[in-house]
Structure formats: C-alpha cells, structure tokens
Design a protein around this ligand. Structure first.
Ligand SMILES: Nc1ncnc2c1ncn2[C@@H]1O[C@H](COP(=O)(O)OP(=O)(O)OP(=O)(O)O)[C@@H](O)[C@H]1O
Length: 255
C-alpha cells in the first residue's frame, strides 16, 4: 500500500527541550493510526509540525510524495491535511450549519468575480455547499441542530461538529486531537463507531491522539507511543499493550 505520509527523523526543540525527536512515522492510505503517550510527551507538537504551525528543527515530512516542510498552514490544508483541536475551536455565535459552511469555503470552485456579482455559478456553488454541509451534519447526527448556535451544543456535539467541519475541507489525511475528551462513555462508544465509518465513507486516512485507551486500542490498527518527545514503541494494539517500555512510561505517570 502507498504511504500517504512519512516523517523522517522529524524533530523540534524549544530552547533546550526536545519536544519531538527523531520521529519516523509512516501512514499508508486508509490507515487509522493512534498517537499516544503521557502528558507532555509531544503529541500535539507532532500535529503542529504536520500542519505547518511549527517549523521542524530536524527532519522532513513527506505528504503524497512531496516535502511539505516550510509550507504555510493554509497551503498544507489545501493539500489535504486537516485537523481538529484539543481545545474546541468553533465560532460559538454562528450556527452549526454556518460553522461547516465556513470551512467549506476554503475549497469553493468559483472566483471572486462570481462572488461579487452573484452570478449563476455562485448560487450553484452555494446550494451545493449547503447540501453537502447538511449531508455532513446528518452523518454526524447533528442535522436537527443545524440552526442552533454552536456554543449552545453540549460538549460531545461540539466535538462532532469539529469533525464535520474538518471533513468539509475534503481532507485525505485527518488529524484528530483527543476527539473523545470530555465525552461520557456512551458518547465515546458512538464516536468510536463514527470514526470507523468516516474513514470508509470519506476514504480518509486518520491519525488520532487520544487518552482514552479503550477507544485507541479498539479502533486503531497501529499505534505510535511517544515519551518525552521520543518514539518508544510502534505496533499493533496488542503489541503496545504488552510492551514493557510503554507500561513503564505510563506507570511513571501514575496511570
Ligand atoms: N511553543 C512551545 N514553546 C515551548 N515549549 C513547547 C511549545 N509547544 C510545546 N512545548 C512543550 O513541548 C512538550 C510537548 O508538548 P505537547 O503539547 O506536544 O504534549 P502532548 O503530548 O500533546 O501533551 P498532552 O497530552 O498534555 O496534551 C511539552 O513539554 C510542552 O511544554
């Protein structure tokens, strides 16, 4: 299977702190891969590197055969890498539907002139976008909340809306940063099923940071473990569960 993303000796230091070091990650098309590790291990920093928020100190990131190091976040998004955030970032005052539409606008196939003069193509584009946004909301079981302000949704629904918004940009690689954080067990189970469904429905590769071990172990085929910025293990959930270095890293945290 073809690799969609590879990192080669990827690293970043902040002053003396090696937040991520020598990371060699391979994601094949259609993979659902977990990135785990104790607090402060460097997981979110990896996402910040992959999305162009941070420039690596060492190494390279190859996405679809090309280096994306040095590209701006919006250029990387346009190439097909989209993420959600650990701290939800929605437009609280806008409706659920508008939140999805705004994301979709990144990828509208008409130019400014059409938008300014509101020519036919603009309306056609608008209608298609709205239809598609509704479809996404239906899949995420949020269609009945389309007109509500995002800030009024319960936490679990806000998390699902974040995923809908990410999908609206048509990513080929979706990075989910703790999608189950703050969810109750029932919501987490539903989310687990949803993530598997999204992967096949949208043909998307998924890299997932998550502290909920039940979720990670159940849905990911491969798991990378970080500890103090270093990749201490990589393997199937079964291999990871029984890996002494992983157990030690987590026990050290008191988990
Ligand atoms: N911009 C920055 N400047 C300085 N230090 C940073 C910066 N970003 C991250 N770090 C440090 O890098 C290390 C890794 O942080 P990161 O947020 O990636 O960890 P994490 O594994 O995502 O943790 P958590 O599970 O708690 O979210 C931490 O020590 C953090 O303080």
């Amino acid at each position: 299977m073809a690799a969609i993303l590879q990192t080669h000796s990827l690293g970043i230091s902040f002053g003396g702190l090696k937040a991520v070091q020598d990371l060699n990650l391979t994601l094949n098309e259609g993979d659902l891969v977990g990135l785990i590790g104790p607090n402060g291990a460097g997981k979110t920093t990896v996402f910040n590197l992959l999305t162009g928020i941070y420039l690596p100190t060492t190494g390279d990131i190859i996405f679809k055969g090309e280096s994306i190091v040095g590209l701006k976040p919006y250029q990387i998004a346009a190439k097909g890498i989209t993420r959600t955030f650990q701290n939800i970032r929605l437009f609280g005052e806008l409706s659920v539907l508008e939140n999805v539409l705004i994301a979709r606008h990144l990828h509208v196939p008409y130019n400014m002139i059409h938008a300014i003069f509101r020519l036919g193509k603009f309306y056609q584009g608008e209608k298609e976008m709205r239809d598609e946004a509704y479809e996404l909301l239906k899949i995420m079981n949020l269609a009945h909340k389309a007109e509500e302000k995002a800030k009024n949704l319960p936490y679990g629904e806000q998390r699902r809306l974040e995923i809908a918004r990410a999908l609206a940009t048509h990513p080929s690689l979706l990075l989910l940063d703790e999608p189950a954080a703050g969810m109750n067990p029932r919501e987490t189970t539903e989310l687990m099923e949803l993530i598997g469904f999204i992967r096949s429905k949208f043909n998307v590769t998924i890299l997932l940071i998550e502290h909920d071990m039940h979720l990670v172990m159940n849905i990911c085929e491969q798991i990378y473990v970080l500890d103090y910025g270093a990749n201490i293990a990589h393997g199937t959930p079964e291999e990871i569960k029984n890996n002494p270095r992983v157990i030690e890293a987590y026990l050290g945290e008191g988990a």
